[in-house]
Design a protein around this ligand. Structure first.
Ligand SMILES: [Zn+2]
Length: 194
């Protein structure tokens, strides 16, 4: 048992330094589109979120679990799997993350994240931009929280997004900082070594 752990740790050491996009680090997002966001909009949001994570060296596999806990969404969550709600409700009180939420229980390892679609729609209307970059930024941001990251002054983990930042998101310019990327890669590695 111990030997196996050491072996895994050694393998991780060998693999991680070269870990750029496509080096095998992967998470699966079990996405429940409760808000019934149009498929094209959601796909574009996923693409933009996935691009930020790919740049950090993590591939995101999107699993449509809108039908509930059935089929491929029925088995217990694997180490690198997360539930993610696109919720059709707004937060009842003001939260730090106006567009989304992440609940992490470090004791049990349970986690849940999501975005508030009505807030995404409001932002799109107010800024007169498309919903996809807002969705993409919010999804990537909450995945960052799921992987243990806090807020930072710039990049995708910034607590406040404005129109300019959403526009940059749509151009692929809102990313995880190198030190954040290294930490979330380490977190995915740690989870998959369990
Ligand atoms: Zn946040």
């Amino acid at each position: 048992m111990k030997t196996n752990r050491i072996l895994v740790a050694l393998l991780a050491l060998v693999l991680v330094p070269g870990a750029q996009a496509g080096a095998g680090l992967k998470i699966t997002i079990r996405l429940m589109n409760s808000a019934k966001v149009a498929n094209g909009t959601l796909a574009e949001g996923e693409k933009q979120a996935g691009r930020a994570l790919a740049q950090a060296g993590i591939e995101v596999v999107w699993l449509d679990c809108s039908a509930g806990v059935v089929g491929p969404c029925a088995p217990d969550l694997g180490a690198g799997e997360f539930w993610f709600h696109v919720a059709n409700w707004k937060p009842s009180a003001s939260t730090v993350d106006g567009l989304g939420f992440t609940l992490l229980d470090r004791e049990t390892g349970a986690s849940l994240a999501g975005v508030y679609y009505p807030m995404v729609k409001d932002a799109a209307r107010n800024y007169m931009i498309e919903e996809a970059p807002i969705l993409g930024a919010a999804i990537a941001h909450e995945i960052g929280h799921l992987l243990g990251e806090g807020h930072s002054p710039t990049g995708v983990m910034c607590a406040r997004f404005n129109r300019q930042r959403f526009m940059e998101m749509s151009q692929g310019g809102v990313l995880f900082a190198p030190n954040q990327a290294a930490r979330i890669r380490a977190e995915v590695t740690r989870r998959s070594a369990k």
